[in-house]
Write a protein that binds this ligand. Structure first.
Ligand SMILES: *Cc1c(COP(=O)(O)O)cnc(C)c1O
Length: 228
């Protein structure tokens, strides 16, 4: 006797449908906020996802990916780097700055003067500059990376004036278990008063809220790929 149930394969990951669903939700949130859906980029957070799902997402047409760790990103993407936009969304140690500058299109986690200094040196040396976002620790959480909000204006000015870095925008990760809205609002306010037009805000659980507060890119992992 065979058990019929055991012969039914688990449904394959449908990357086209998963991506479509998130893009539709992004577009709806943008329209609801009176914004153009084309002004919001989906960053597919591929960290720790199985290769099969990542390959399917690539085949589905996704070109912007976010990774938390430099080494994991290199291992996953080095051999198929062409035509992609790769964004570092995890903390960057200064001893990985050279590799990060050489590899990523965008570094979203600039958060301290020493890192700004090292990035400036490596950009000079490489003759190649990733786009840079400053991470703001909006919840002032001691264990979290990011510049504290009261220090953000001065840090942005230092990055520009002292280190000569072209800062593109701000990024934030609101505290878990708190409404995200006030954190997005604060980040948007700091960006606006510093003339920064890009905002990386919103993850699986709150990207629609983030779009309402002006996010120009949302970092979606589990809602797109499934659990890690
Ligand atoms: C993992 C991660 C994400 C994606 O989180 P999900 O909840 O899976 O969408 C977004 N941003 C950062 C900085 C992350 O580390």
């Amino acid at each position: 006797m065979t058990d019929a149930r055991s012969t039914i394969a688990a449904p394959a990951f449908d990357a086209v449908a998963a991506r479509r669903a998130i893009l539709d939700r992004i577009a709806a949130a943008a329209r609801a906020a009176g914004r153009d859906p084309a002004d919001v980029t989906l960053t597919a957070v591929s960290k720790m996802q199985p290769e099969e799902r990542v390959a399917a997402m690539l085949a589905a047409g996704q070109r912007v990916f976010g990774e938390n760790r430099v080494q994991e990103a290199l291992a996953r993407w080095r051999h198929r780097r062409e035509g992609l936009e790769l964004r570092l969304i995890g903390p960057l140690q200064t001893n990985k700055a050279r590799e990060a500058v050489a590899f990523f299109n965008v570094i979203e986690t600039l958060d301290r003067p020493r890192l700004a200094q090292v990035l400036a040196q490596e950009i000079q040396r490489a003759g190649r500059a990733p786009r840079l976002y400053i991470e703001v620790n909006t919840g002032e959480e001691p264990q979290k990376a990011g510049v504290m909000p009261p220090e953000a204006d001065a840090f942005i000015a230092r990055c520009r004036d002292e280190f000569g870095l072209a800062v593109e925008g701000l990024m934030c990760i609101p505290p878990a278990g708190e409404p995200s809205g006030p954190h997005f609002a604060l980040t948007a306010k700091i960006a606006a008063r510093n003339g920064l037009r890009k905002l990386s805000m919103g993850m699986s659980g709150d990207f629609e809220t983030a779009i309402g507060f002006g996010a120009t890119s949302v970092r979606v992992g589990t809602a797109l790929f499934g659990g890690r």
